[in-house]
Ligand binder design. Structure first.
Ligand code: TMP
Length: 221
């Protein structure tokens, strides 16, 4: 973690394999921070901006089976560059807390490890698109891959809108195991920033685990 970030705000992100419960936990953290009086700006990737949502539709459309790994990687960064310019940078400069549902760690895990493109290429693309910007702390929810995928499949078949987003969670089980390994690799490389938090148990109990990883940063602010 950068001890002297070049902005007055705080940048947090959530990560995890599909169906790991990260979006629920992100919502609970955002509610907690707002109750405590912080101004919180949310971001979601891919998506969040008008342009990003159009990129998300292209990326997650199950009809786009022919999409090359490199196309997928560059579209992820295109959406991220737009969200950074429109949402993340201005909020951090104002001194707000940004909480992002996924960021570059997703690209390391899914495209870098899952697709086999490698961390070095993902990090080079990150440098080109975003320079040095990384979250100050990342919470990565861990959950058994099979359990998470069955949750994600149920969710994506329960509504027409979500059904249109199924391309990535329909990848093979081996792909999702590689993604989980990608996350464990980031945790070994960056133990200070990147915290693995077990996602099993009641959402309230998991939220307490998440809070323990975030609270020390709020005292530093
Ligand atoms: P979501 O379901 O958490 O909104 O994420 C959408 C899908 O996109 C999910 O399967 C993970 C995938 N993804 C990547 O493959 N690379 C990335 O860089 C990001 C942000 C998401």
């Amino acid at each position: 973690m950068n001890p002297n970030p070049p902005y007055p705000g705080l940048f947090l992100s959530f990560e995890g394999t599909d169906g790991s419960g990260k979006s629920t936990q992100m919502r609970l953290l955002v509610e907690h921070l707002r109750r405590d009086g912080f101004t919180v700006v949310e971001n979601q990737e891919p998506g969040a901006t008008h342009i990003g949502l159009q990129i998300r539709r292209i990326l997650l459309d199950p009809a786009h089976q022919e999409m090359a790994g490199m196309t997928e990687l560059l579209l992820m960064f295109a959406s991220r560059a737009q969200a950074t310019a429109e949402i993340i940078r201005p909020a951090l400069d104002r001194g707000d807390i940004v909480v992002s549902d996924r960021f570059t760690d997703s690209t390391l895990a899914y495209q870098g490890e899952g697709r086999g493109i490698g961390f070095d290429i993902v990090l080079a693309a990150h440098k080109l698109a975003l320079g040095d910007l990384l979250p100050d702390r990342t919470i990565c929810m861990t959950l058994d891959v099979e359990t998470g995928l069955s949750r994600a499949h149920k969710r994506n078949s329960s509504s027409d809108e979500q059904h249109k987003e199924a391309r990535l969670d329909r990848q093979s089980l081996e792909f999702h195991h590689r993604v989980a390994e990608g996350y464990r690799k980031i945790a070994r490389l960056e133990p200070e920033r990147f915290r693995l938090v077990p996602g099993d148990g009641e959402p309230g109990a998991v939220a307490e685990r998440v809070w323990r990883e975030i609270a020390p940063l709020l005292r530093e602010k």
